[in-house]
Design a protein. Structure first.
Lengths: 110, 114
């Protein structure tokens, strides 16, 4: 099963873009990359997911490298409410289980 | 909007008690999950279910069991609670479509075992 590696923490200035990297060098061809975030004391919230192509929705953009070994989540205009732990996870190819690692703690500063 | 409801936000139990954590989802989702979350360890999968009466072990099933008698309800059972089971427990559901395993989470139950 593909594992992911994310930085432990990062800071971002309010109003600027936040770029969150994730490495998943052992990802299989049919595995999707998912991003979630968790604001303190709440359950995780889905952000975006993708397979090969770049994706964009109202919350963020997901850029997946051509070899699919890494991806970047982009929050285009970070706000203080984007302060959270962000999880990059890969859907296992042999079952429906999603597992979460430690994630990246993102702090948006005014 | 999908709603995943966990029966209690906070729960305090004594060592050795049998504990039931209930979770209900209202979107006819196939899959349901139980996670626990501890500081520095992220979310760890305890059990999941992909159909009524079906269950599979996650990464840390020891000391837990589950029940899914109806599609919308997934219960986590601690047969004999221990202090190391003090944690935040999160329930989630997903549609069951492999191209879209978007998880919807409940608000969590903070369980303290004394």
């Amino acid at each position: 099963d593909a594992k992911t590696t994310q930085p432990t923490s990062m800071d971002c200035a309010e109003g600027r873009a936040a770029n969150l990297p994730c490495n998943h060098s052992t990802i299989s061809g049919n595995e999707y990359v998912y991003w979630y975030r968790q604001i303190h004391s709440q359950g995780p919230q889905y952000i975006i997911h993708g397979l090969k192509n770049n994706e964009t929705n109202e919350m963020a953009s997901l850029i997946i490298t051509e070899d699919r070994k890494s991806s970047t989540l982009i929050l285009p205009h970070a706000t203080l409410r984007d302060t959270a732990v962000y999880y990059c996870i890969v859907l296992r190819s042999n079952d429906y289980k999603l597992s979460f690692g430690a994630g990246t703690t993102v702090t948006v500063r005014a | 909007d999908v709603k995943v409801t966990q029966s209690s936000r906070y729960l305090v139990k004594r060592t050795g008690e049998k504990v039931f954590l209930e979770c209900v989802q209202d979107m006819d989702h196939e899959n349901m999950f139980w996670y626990r979350q501890d500081p520095g360890l992220g979310l760890r999968l305890i059990y999941f279910s992909y159909d009524v009466k079906m269950k599979e072990k996650g990464d840390i099933p020891e000391g837990y069991s589950v029940s899914r008698e109806k599609k919308e309800r997934f219960s986590l059972i601690l047969e004999s609670a221990s202090t190391n089971q003090t944690s935040m427990y999160l329930c989630a559901s997903s549609p069951g479509d492999r191209t879209n395993e978007k998880l919807f989470f409940g608000s969590g139950t903070q369980l303290s075992v004394l």
